[in-house]
Write a new protein. Structure first.
Length: 441
């Protein structure tokens, strides 16, 4: 948030932001950063384009409020992204230090700076502008994109109301990421900080059930749809309809787990949802959890640290294997898999997994969890007269706007890369587009 106010009403406070004492271990991590002028970690690695070298420089000098101020220009989810982002594939993967040595612990430092800010109350030193004073914006969905958009609009003075179908905000942060990866306390502090900007919330409101898009469109200057894509994708294979087959997103969102005690569970997929399902199910008493992924380990989209943690928890991995059938009478009893080889095809950036003929084999299994992605609930879109794309996402223009209306959309709903940081970036960009739209009304 560019409008951070470093001063407070206390006249006795010095104009200079005082240095703060930083523990020795963190100071060592800060000093390790070279503060590169080219900023590859920001320009190439961070979806939100956080000014990483600058905020680390301030933190290194003990100026944690200045460090927070720098981060707050681009993000409101520092305590969360610092913990759960795929840092090795994003900022830390572009770190110059990481070429020959370990990269700078950017995520850990970001979380440290934001945690300190929320504890010290620096987040309360935000100057609310009058740019959008008197203007009303409705945000449907209180996940990363919705929370971020709401924050940046509220700072501009807009009267923002979030409509959330559950009784708590957070979206995937609350109903998808397990406690062992993101504590509820950290999430609660972040959400409270965001709501302190004067944002209103209407809980128990779901589009297509007790919330109509036409009403929002007519009663607000702008509407932002950010309710995500939470319908699990299917592989369309034999036996997928059997009892004991679950969608990964649904399991994590609704927590409707069966009794896994002494059971064998197959997780199909290689992303963070697959890792979260595998680790959650193992902790719930499963005897054996096997992750089946059709490509190699190096190509898994899951964060490296999550894969390593899963291995430490005795979760098994079958790389370059694919499931072809789920077998059983009414419920899951076995699965048929096949080995794959990776082929580089012309015009394709990634190698394509191709089944190896005759390599089929059978495994005993009690449950199968499909963690192969998610899609938009098309029925909800149809009920609100919204147009989907050929890939089953919501269609928007280059300004995130729908069909020349005052309705905007972002995040998973429009097919943005499924990470919290990318969703948050959409939220911030939509806030800018809504501001421009309202100014030109």
């Amino acid at each position: 948030m560019a409008n951070y106010k470093s001063g407070v009403k206390n006249k006795k406070r010095k104009a200079k932001i005082m240095d703060e004492k930083i523990n020795e271990a963190m100071q060592e991590k800060l000093n390790y950063c070279l503060n590169c002028h080219t900023k590859p970690c920001s320009a190439k690695g961070c979806p939100l384009e956080n000014d990483i070298p600058t905020f680390i420089k301030y933190a290194k000098e003990g100026k944690l409020e200045e460090a927070y101020k720098t981060l707050a220009n681009t993000t409101v989810l520092g305590s969360i992204c610092g913990r759960i982002c795929p840092h090795q594939k994003q900022c830390q993967g572009s770190c110059v230090r990481g070429i020959k040595q370990d990269p700078v612990s950017i995520g850990e430092i970001e979380a440290y700076v934001f945690d300190n800010a929320l504890e010290k109350g620096y987040d309360k030193n935000i100057k609310i502008e009058n740019t959008l004073k008197g203007k009303k914006v409705a945000v449907v969905g209180g996940g990363p994109a919705g929370l971020t958009c709401s924050s940046f609009l509220a700072v501009k003075g807009a009267n923002v109301t979030i409509y959330e179908k559950y009784n708590e905000l957070g979206g995937i942060l609350s109903h998808g990421i397990p406690e062992f990866r993101l504590s509820k306390k950290v999430l609660e502090k972040t959400i409270n900080s965001i709501l302190s900007l004067g944002i209103n919330v209407e809980y128990g409101k779901e589009l297509g059930k007790n919330l109509a898009l036409d009403d929002l469109k007519n009663n607000y200057d702008a509407v932002f749809l950010s309710f995500g894509a939470n319908i699990p994708r299917k592989m369309v294979i034999q036996g997928e309809e059997l009892s004991g087959v679950y969608g990964g997103n649904t399991l994590l969102e609704l927590q409707n787990h069966p009794d896994y005690t002494n059971k064998k569970v197959a997780i199909i997929g290689g992303g963070n949802v697959a890792m979260d399902c595998a680790r959650t199910i193992k902790r719930l008493g499963a005897k054996q959890v096997v992750v089946i992924y059709r490509r190699s380990e190096a190509e898994m989209p899951a964060e490296v640290k999550e894969i390593e943690e899963a291995k430490k928890e005795n979760i098994e991995f079958l790389f370059q294997n694919n499931i072809t059938k789920i077998l059983g009478n009414e419920k899951v009893e076995k699965i048929e898999c096949i080995k794959t080889q990776l082929i580089q095809k012309e015009g394709e950036n990634r190698k394509i997994p191709v089944n190896i003929e005759g390599s089929n084999y059978i495994m005993d299994m009690d449950y199968v969890v499909m963690a192969v992605g998610s899609k938009v609930d098309i029925e909800v879109l149809k009920s609100q007269n919204l147009q989907g794309t050929s890939k089953k996402y919501l269609e928007v223009d280059e300004n995130y706007r729908i069909n020349g209306t005052n309705i905007f959309a972002g995040g998973d709903l429009i097919g943005t890369t499924s990470t919290v940081a990318w969703a948050a970036k959409d939220g911030r960009e939509v806030a800018n587009k809504i501001e421009d739209f309202i100014k030109n009304m």
